[in-house]
Ligand binder design. Sequence first.
Ligand SMILES: [Zn+2]
Length: 74
Amino acid sequence: MPAAEIRPFVLTQVGLRAKANVINAAVRQRRTGGSYRCTACKGRCEVTITYTTRGTVKHSRGQCSTRGCIAWEE
Ligand SMILES: [Zn+2]
């Protein structure tokens, strides 16, 4: 049996969906930051977003308040 793969929770299917939801919620409101509901743990996720001049996401950084839940910067 192969060794268990250890990867950040944000890269799991549930984590990826929660991250996308947080980003989409902020983008819909054209916010550059805020606290949004995390669908993975039902907690809150702090997000910071910068936009390109065309209005698309240039950079995003997020951190769920729940330890071990989603966190990313890209
Ligand atoms: Zn979370």
